[in-house]
Design a protein around this ligand. Structure first.
Ligand code: SF4
Ligand code: SF4
Length: 324
């Protein structure tokens, strides 16, 4: 039997501050109190989650700080656990919290038997043209099935630190058992799905589309490519190599820093989806673009389109729309 790796928590934070370099909240607020370092140090000092509620609520759960941390702390797990503990001690919630949206029944009784299932999620909601285009690019509806139950309620509850009933999880994953590949637009679900269904290959929309040669060839040095941060950081070591290859093949710029950590706009977080302005998404997007020369912005996450359109005149397109 192998030795189980110890999961490190806030006690292991040395206060080095490396996580600040990639944190959009540090960049936009300049306040240590809103960073992972600030929360870890406060917890070492003995504060309760309710004492640092505004910081816990502000976090985008982008996961950028986790691969940056030299101590190897399970930062995403720690962020989610803090939200869960905070929820236990309070009676009112921020306006962006999901409103009791856990589904108890599934609409997926006719999901066709295919190797690959696409879960479009909140991010692709309402854009049937994009979803149809993605299905067509990935081989058509004989190769890929769209799941009506895309787990968006579970994704929202996980992000907010709210409980997900085990029967809801059981129902959700029971519909996915026959597929080998799960293409999941809600990046926050990637970790969970790998835990619940370890034999499946879980990937984001971006990775799935970038495996298509015509799409890779349509990217070039005039593009800046915006990687979806949550899915990317959930499988960081593998995906660093994947996107490094893409950068070398195409010459495109990316929203990755020198450590290859993805800087998010925050637009697909619950906070960003509720109000991009108060979430500071324009400031985070401007930070990504600062000092870079490009003629087009290509995004993996549809939620990022509008936020970039607000601050630049260059075309902003979803990856699925760069080939005709
Ligand atoms: S998850 Fe993102 S927003 Fe939250 S502390 Fe880490 S880098 Fe900052
Ligand atoms: S990078 Fe890790 S060890 Fe350093 S301050 Fe941040 S959480 Fe603490």
């Amino acid at each position: 039997m192998g030795i189980k790796k110890k999961i490190k928590g806030y006690e292991s934070c040395s206060g080095c501050g490396v996580c600040l370099l990639v944190c959009p909240l540090w960049r936009s607020t300049g306040s240590m109190a809103y960073t992972r370092k600030g929360r870890a140090k406060a917890m070492q000092g003995g504060v309760a989650p309710e004492d640092i509620a505004s910081s816990i609520d502000a976090c985008f759960m982008c996961g950028s700080c986790e691969p940056a941390c030299p101590e190897g702390i399970d930062i995403v797990g720690m962020n989610l656990e803090q939200r869960r503990r905070l929820n236990e001690s309070r009676s009112s919630y921020p306006a962006w919290y999901p409103k009791n949206e856990i589904h108890t029944s599934s609409r997926n009784s006719k999901l066709p038997q295919t190797n690959t299932i696409l879960m479009a999620g909140r991010n692709l909601d309402g854009d049937i043209k994009i979803v149809e285009n993605i299905v067509s690019l990935l081989g058509g509806d004989k190769s890929i099935a769209i799941s009506d139950d895309d787990g968006r309620d579970i994704a929202a509850a996980v992000e907010a630190g709210l409980p997900v009933p085990p029967e809801r999880i059981a129902l959700f994953i029971s519909l996915l058992r026959n597929a080998k590949n799960l293409i999941v637009s809600e990046g926050i679900l990637h970790r969970q799905l790998r835990e619940w269904l370890p034999a499946k290959k879980v990937m984001g929309i971006g990775e799935a589309l970038l495996n298509i040669q015509s799409i890779r060839k349509a990217l070039g040095p005039d593009d800046i490519f915006i990687v979806e941060s949550r899915g990317y950081h959930s499988d960081f070591e593998r995906l660093v190599k994947f996107y490094d290859r893409l950068r070398k093949d195409t010459g495109c710029l990316m929203n990755l820093d020198l450590q290859r950590i993805a800087i998010p706009t925050g637009a697909s977080s619950l906070r960003g989806a509720h109000n991009r302005k108060t979430a500071g998404c324009s400031e985070h997007s401007a930070w990504i673009l600062k000092g870079r020369k490009f003629k087009r912005i290509v995004v993996e996450d549809l939620s990022d389109i509008e936020v970039f359109q607000e601050i630049t005149d260059v075309p902003v397109v979803h990856l699925s729309m760069i080939v005709k």
